[in-house]
Design a protein around this ligand. Structure first.
Ligand SMILES: *Cc1c(COP(=O)(O)O)cnc(C)c1O
Length: 370
C-alpha cells in the first residue's frame, strides 16, 4: 500500500495534522533558533526568562479579553498534572465530571481521590455529549470544551449549581482555536501543544477571583498537598512570572510566538473563523461522498478543531498509512476509540488551504486503494 505515490500537486504544503503534539509553525521554530538562542540555557529566575513568562501571560490576557480580577497561572506537568492539582487544591468536597470521551474520563478518575467524595459522573457515549446537571453539594463542575478523543465540543457555560460552585473547563485542545466567553468559566485550563502550536509539558489556566479564593482557602485548610501539585504555589509563582520548578523554556518561547501571532492576525475571533473554515471543508466533504460520514451525528456538537470521520467499505488505517508514507502524518483515530476512522486536527496553525489539499490526497488514496 505504501506504493501509492500521491502526486505533489495534491499534497498539503505541511503534512502535520496531529491532535497534539501538533503542527508548529516554521516561523516560530526559526524564531526559536535565532532570537530564542539567547534564552535557551539561561536561568528561569533571571529577567529574560521572567520577561518571557510575563509576555505569555499578557498575550493570553489579550487573547481571552481577560475579565477584571482574573489571572493567568501556569505550572509544570501539562493538563494531566493539572487534574491531580485540581483534586488536591480546587475541589473542596465533590466534583461533577461530564465524561464523553477519554479526556473527560481521565479527570473524573483523578477527581475520585480518597480525601474527596466520589464525583458525580455524567456520562454519554463517544460521539455525543452529556449535559450539566445541578447537584447539591457539588463544588466543581468540570467538562472538556473540546473532547479530543472523539471530536465533540461542549459550549463554555456556567453550571447552575450551588452558590460558590466553580465551573472548570478542560480547554487543552480548544484554547486558542475557539471563541468563548471567559466570564462563563472559573478555570479555563490547557496545555500548549495543540492550538498554541508549542511543545508539551506545561499547563496554563485563566482563573477567576472565585477560583483564586478557593485555591487560597484549600491551601490553608490543613489538607496535605504535594508542592509540585500545589495550585497555591503555582499562583504565587505565576504572580512573580516564574514557575515553582524549572519550566521548558523552548515550550514557553514557542507558546509566546503563537499567542503573539494569533493576536496580530485578529485574535480569538480570527482563529475561530479559521478553524471553522478548515473543519467545515472536511465535514462538507465527508457528507458529500458515499464512503465517509462525520462521526459526530449532531452537527451542533461537532468540533471545529478536531474532525473525526468514519469510513465505510474501505480501511481507514490503510488511508492513514498511505498518507503517512507520503509525508502526511497523524491522521489515525484516537487509539482507544477503535473505529474505522480518521481524526484530523484543524488547529489554528494549520492552513485551510492545506486542509483542502488533504481532502484531495484522501480522495486520491481512496481511489487507488479501492
Ligand atoms: C491532550 C489533552 C489532554 C492531555 O494533555 P497533556 O498535556 O498531555 O497532559 C487533556 N485534555 C484534553 C482535552 C486534551 O486534548
Amino acid at each position: 500500500m505504501a506504493s501509492i505515490v500521491l502526486p505533489d500537486e495534491l499534497k498539503p504544503a505541511d503534512g502535520r495534522f496531529g491532535c497534539g503534539p501538533s503542527k508548529i509553525r516554521q516561523e516560530a521554530i526559526t524564531a526559536l533558533a535565532t532570537a530564542g538562542v539567547e534564552l535557551l540555557g539561561t536561568s528561569h529566575r533571571q529577567r529574560p526568562v521572567k520577561h518571557l513568562v510575563h509576555s505569555v501571560k499578557e498575550g493570553l490576557a489579550e487573547l481571552f479579553a481577560l475579565p477584571e480580577g482574573y489571572e493567568i497561572i501556569l505550572g509544570n506537568g501539562g493538563s494531566t498534572a493539572f487534574w491531580d492539582a485540581a483534586a488536591f487544591g480546587l475541589i473542596e468536597k465533590r466534583s461533577e465530571n461530564l465524561t464523553f470521551g477519554e479526556f473527560g474520563a481521565k479527570f473524573a478518575k483523578a477527581a475520585a481521590a480518597p480525601w474527596l467524595d466520589a464525583p458525580v459522573v455524567v456520562d454519554a457515549p463517544a460521539g455525543t455529549r452529556s449535559a450539566l446537571v445541578a447537584v447539591e453539594g457539588v463544588d466543581v463542575y468540570a467538562y472538556p470544551h473540546n473532547e479530543t478523543s472523539t471530536g465533540v465540543m461542549h459550549p463554555v457555560v456556567r453550571a447552575a449549581g450551588d452558590a460558590g460552585a466553580l465551573t472548570v473547563v478542560d480547554a487543552t485542545s480548544a484554547a486558542g482555536g475557539i471563541l468563548f466567553d471567559t466570564t462563563e468559566a472559573d478555570v479555563y485550563y490547557f496545555a500548549p501543544q495543540k492550538n498554541f502550536a508549542s511543545d508539551g509539558g506545561l499547563w496554563l489556566a485563566a482563573v477567576s477571583p472565585a477560583a483564586i479564593e478557593r485555591i487560597e482557602s484549600i491551601a490553608t485548610s490543613g489538607r496535605y498537598i504535594p508542592e509540585s501539585l500545589s495550585l497555591k504555589l503555582a499562583l504565587d509563582n505565576s504572580r512573580l512570572d516564574q514557575t515553582l520548578n524549572t519550566p521548558a523554556i523552548a515550550t514557553l518561547f514557542l507558546m509566546n510566538e503563537q499567542t503573539r501571532w494569533i493576536n496580530e492576525e485578529g485574535g480569538l475571533a480570527w482563529a475561530d473563523a479559521r478553524t471553522k473554515k478548515s473543519s467545515g471543508l472536511l465535514y462538507d466533504w465527508a457528507e458529500s461522498v458515499s464512503y465517509a460520514t462525520p462521526f459526530v451525528a449532531n452537527d451542533a456538537e461537532r468540533s471545529q478543531v478536531v474532525v473525526t470521520i468514519d469510513f465505510e467499505d474501505i480501511d481507514a488505517a490503510e488511508i492513514a498509512a498511505t498518507l503517512r508514507a507520503n509525508g502526511i502524518v497523524d491522521t489515525e483515530p484516537y487509539r482507544k476509540l477503535g473505529r474505522n476512522q480518521l481524526r484530523i486536527a484543524t488547529f489554528t496553525a494549520i492552513e485551510p488551504s492545506d486542509v483542502a489539499q488533504l481532502i484531495r490526497s484522501i480522495e486520491y488514496a481512496v481511489e487507488h486503494l479501492g
